[in-house]
Design a protein around this ligand. Structure first.
Ligand code: HEC
Ligand code: HEC
Length: 381
């Protein structure tokens, strides 16, 4: 099932596709392990030399970060189904590079992860090491400069004002607070292929998405504590703590009433333009988790974009969700279309039918049993 694999990859994987996200994903010191000591990469995989001590569930996300940073696929360094082998020179070079990156940060940046693969590679397997004179590239650089020269944020509305306007725009705090569940049906498009999709959501942080593929259902679920992915013919994959954090946040973003409390602190950033329209940008921070950026349309006040990150030992994998097609229902405005973009692709979900505040039983959000033998073996899915 090639497509299922792509979808799974697209949902879980993720890597750098955006420019200008530097600094947003500060390295978090405390890995959220949910209490138990996680297995390390070398306990789970066969030939780990430089990433020893890294939690095993961060190895694949780290590989995805590398892939996106260099603009390559896994087979650039690996033989198919023999990831432990060192036959390719590029894999050996990558090991040296990882060592180099750790050393640069240790020796020059107080061990903070400031330099990453992407800092040099910028999506190419051979970094550009000589200044370029062609115009497109030059424009990119000067655009960055302009951002820095933009006026201060002093004249901007406060975070409270922006969040308040958003609540009003969707229908008001009361209507938002009454929202307890949502059942949505529509189409999920990967590439140009559409598949039926069904989403069950329960406030504040439970959501199960089922995609009906010809070969069987793919399910992605999160219930406030745990997250999982199941695809036909494969064992249930348990999300890593940082994947769970990201999935919970995705779910929470669609319940406007609790949005403000989802984050510990808010900061107003410089405004940006999205598809020609002005947007206020709010950074939300939560304890020891990467920053999340939310974009609100300046005119309508609605949430139009969320940008968040999954931490890996080498850098952060960003995900961008664009919300559109807001429609009124039950006194609330809800986005009927959203696109989830990662460096390795994007999926669009278009909702066609929606019901709200219909009771949904909690056992719809119970994680299916994970076979013991695969529990801590996050394979290269
Ligand atoms: C630029 C080279 C490069 C790319 C691209 C790359 N890897 Fe790796 N991979 C490595 C290196 C280097 C190691 C060994 C790390 C170490 O020694 O600590 C590794 C180790 C692994 C391992 C552990 C194998 C074992 O049993 O020891 C797996 C699994 C893996 N990679 C999967 C992937 C997947 C999946 C992708 C694509 C998403 C990928 N890699 C892309 C360089 C790469
Ligand atoms: C400080 C800058 C810098 C950083 C950081 C960096 N690289 Fe490199 N990398 C280079 C340069 C420069 C080359 C090209 C060397 C050459 O042309 O022979 C290179 C080459 C490579 C190659 C060989 C590519 C080929 O086509 O043979 C691989 C693989 C690679 N880097 C992986 C990584 C990975 C993985 C990371 C992050 C862990 C990383 N690099 C971080 C500068 C960097």
């Amino acid at each position: 099932m090639r497509v299922t694999k792509i979808l799974l990859g697209t949902f879980l994987a993720g890597v750098v596709f955006a420019v200008g996200v530097a600094g947003l994903c500060a390295q978090s010191r405390k890995p959220s392990t949910g209490g138990r000591a996680p297995k390390t990469a070398e306990q789970v995989y066969k030939n780990i030399q430089v990433l020893q001590g890294v939690p095993a569930d961060q190895l694949i996300p780290a590989m995805q970060f590398i892939t996106a940073s260099l603009g390559v696929q896994c087979d650039f360094c690996h033989l198919e189904n023999a990831f432990e082998k060192d036959d390719k020179e590029t894999k050996q070079t990558a090991r040296k590079m990882i060592r180099m990156m750790f050393a640069i940060n240790k020796d020059n940046f107080d061990d903070h992860r400031e330099v990453t693969c992407y800092a040099c590679h910028r999506g190419a397997h051979k970094p550009v090491i000589t200044p370029v004179l062609n115009e497109e590239e030059a424009e990119l650089v000067s655009e960055d400069k302009m951002h820095h020269e933009k006026a201060s944020t002093a004249s901007l509305p406060s975070a409270d004002q922006i969040l308040g306007k958003y609540l009003l725009a969707v229908g008001g705090a009361d209507a938002a607070a009454r929202l307890s569940t949502r059942i949505q049906k529509g189409t999920l498009t990967v590439g140009s292929e559409p598949f039926p999709v069904e989403i069950l959501a329960k406030a504040p942080d439970k959501r199960v998405t089922t995609v009906h593929f010809p070969g069987g259902d793919s399910v992605i679920g999160v219930n406030g504590q745990e997250g999982w992915v199941s695809t036909p013919g494969r064992p249930v994959h348990e999300m890593s703590p940082s994947e769970v954090d990201a999935a919970i946040m995705d779910a929470e973003l669609l319940f406007p009433a609790s949005l403000k409390q989802t984050f510990k602190a808010w900061r107003v950033e410089r405004p940006e333009r999205i598809k020609g329209r002005g947007a206020y940008v709010l950074s939300g921070t939560r304890e020891s988790l990467p920053t999340v950026q939310l974009y609100f349309d300046q005119q309508s006040g609605l949430l139009v974009r969320a940008l968040h990150f999954v931490e890996t030992p080498l850098g952060c994998n960003p995900t961008e969700i664009d919300y559109a097609d807001y429609r009124e229902g039950g006194g609330l405005k809800t986005p009927f279309r959203w696109t989830v973009a990662r460096s390795n692709g994007r999926v669009t979900i278009q909702i066609e039918q929606m019901e709200q505040n219909v009771p949904i039983d909690d056992d719809k959000f119970v994680k299916p049993a994970v076979p013991a033998s695969t529990e801590s073996q996050p394979g290269p899915s």
